[in-house]
Design a protein around this ligand. Structure first.
Ligand code: ADP
Ligand code: ASP
Ligand code: MG
Length: 473
């Protein structure tokens, strides 16, 4: 099962929320971890997400409380039920202990929601406190399940391991400080022959305030832990057979890709392949740790192997992805050429709102700048631009700043695209034949991706049309 079939020294593995949705799934994950420890690696570190849907529930309860809505009590009751049901496969003592610990966390959360209700608001720091609870609860259940199988597992709170800045909801880790903490907290556990089961998604500032790494961030946590423990490999366990040629929920004929390069995966995940968080590659980049993405519910399937520079396989286009809920912002004006530094000012103004620019489109003329941002950031970005260019607008050098809101970005990825002529042509023929209007295009700077900007209503059709090219090879 390993790269060279020899026993690994250290293996880090991560189980996603979809691998922890039921008592059976948690037990299955525990069995996978045990098998890896028995047969594959001398030491394993396990990272776990919250049970599927729990992070959303915690967010929903906190927002309801902030809005003075008592519905938070019902959400908490549902969260308690979900975890109790997931504890059902545990034997007496483990089950009682796990349920008691989880109840205690939820009781604390209930008190927290009451305070939020009194205050009438919940900012990013409060949300991080709330949303970190999902992982704190899931690791209790997974560690208990592993102990039941005879593995000496202990639940570890990653706020003791991952050190971040204080950008709540999207905190950036401090690698050096994290390495030091990971060495101090996790190595002794591993050396005792125990298996740490670490909360994904969570970190803490130097002062010890809980932060989160952004939605879907457990993959990123796992990458950080793998790097800090000098793991030989990182295995990501999820609910599909690896990284596929398209999202199998959108394209029935999507197939597993056997091997991918770091760069390809970075583009794929950045442009919407939810199977791996975009920052995962960043975390293992220096250490060049190979990643395997595998299916918890079909562990014998080889899944996908991700390495820095794989041997090239046939086919220039390897996969197609989509990012939905995007807005396309255009700054437009016949007199724009005369205004110095306009592009720099545009992107600075947008950056100051905290919005990330997903892509910049090649403008057909120099009379406009067009770029995409997540839809939730669009109106603040437009306001920031209007204020930045207030005088330029009044002089008429810029005519209009506007956002088009019904946008999906569809991206084709493949490292061999850079040396293959005609890929863009094939993509446009495929979409054109289906009557799909391409609003804008952009090529990734790495040249291993091309993005098409289409209307939401055409998004799935465009993905399916382009996927036929992937299948053709
Ligand atoms: P986890 O809980 O394991 O982190 P996620 O829901 O975050 O799982 O990611 C897995 C999901 O990613 C799959 O169920 C699949 O629908 C979606 N997905 C999107 N694009 C791809 C792709 N190219 N390959 C595989 N899965 C993809
Ligand atoms: N539980 C977190 C989320 O739902 C992190 C993760 O699943 O990776 O976003
Ligand atoms: Mg995920």
């Amino acid at each position: 099962m390993t790269l060279d079939e020899t026993r690994l020294k250290t293996l880090t593995m991560k189980f996603g929320g979809t691998s922890l949705g039921t008592a059976e799934a948690i037990m299955q994950s525990a069995e996978i971890a045990k098998a890896a420890r028995d047969h594959t690696a001398d030491r394993i570190a396990v990272v776990a997400s919250a049970i599927h849907g729990v992070t959303d529930g915690l967010h929903e309860a906190t927002s309801a409380a902030a809005g003075g809505d008592e519905r938070y009590l019902q959400v908490i009751a549902e969260l308690r039920d979900v975890h109790r049901r997931c504890a059902e496969a545990l034997l007496e003592q483990e089950s009682r202990n796990a349920v008691a610990e989880i109840d205690q966390l939820l009781e604390g959360f209930s008190g927290f929601c009451e305070s939020v209700r009194t205050l009438g608001e919940a900012g990013p720091r409060a949300l991080d406190h709330a949303m970190s609870l999902g992982e704190k609860m899931s690791v209790i259940l997974l560690a208990a399940s592993m102990r039941q199988l005879g593995v000496a597992a202990i639940a570890v709170d990653a706020s003791e391991v991952i050190v971040t800045d204080d950008r709540f909801q999207d905190a950036a880790p401090d690698l050096e400080a994290t390495r030091q903490k990971a060495t101090a907290t996790l190595i002794p556990v591993l050396e005792r022959g125990e298996t740490p089961v670490i909360t994904g998604f969570i970190g803490a500032t130097r002062e010890g305030v809980t932060t989160t790494l952004g939605r879907g961030g457990s993959d990123f946590s796992a990458g950080l832990i793998a790097a800090c423990l000098d793991s030989d490999e990182l295995w990501i366990w999820t609910d599909v057979d690896g990284v596929m040629t398209a999202d199998p929920k959108v394209v029935d004929s999507a197939r597993t890709i056997a091997t991918l390069g770091y760069e390809e995966v970075r583009e794929l995940s950045y442009f919407g392949a939810k199977v791996l968080h975009p920052k995962t590659i960043q975390s293992v980049f220096e250490t060049e740790i190979p990643i395997r993405v595998k299916n918890t519910f079909d562990p014998s399937h080889p899944g996908t192997l991700i390495v820095p520079n794989p041997e090239e396989s046939n086919g220039a286009i390897k996969a197609v992805t989509a990012v939905r809920n995007v807005s396309l912002i255009t700054v437009e004006g016949k007199g724009m050429m005369g205004v110095p530094g306009i592009a720099a000012r545009t992107f600075e103004a947008v950056a100051s709102t905290g919005a990330s620019v997903l892509l910049i489109s090649q403008a057909s003329s120099e009379q406009s700048i067009t770029f995409a941002v997540p839809r939730t950031n669009a109106s603040t970005a437009v306001e920031a631009l209007e204020s930045e260019f207030e005088r330029v607008l009044s002089r008429g050098n810029i005519d209009r700043i506007w956002a088009q809101d019904d946008i999906t970005i569809v991206t084709v990825v493949g490292s061999r695209m850079r040396e293959t002529a005609g890929v863009a042509g094939r993509v446009f023929t495929a979409t054109g034949l289906r009557g799909i209007n391409v609003v804008a295009i952009a090529q990734g700077s790495s040249e291993c991706s091309i993005s098409l900007v289409v209307r939401d209503r055409d998004g799935d059709d465009a993905v399916r049309a382009i996927h036929e090219l992937v299948i053709e090879g």
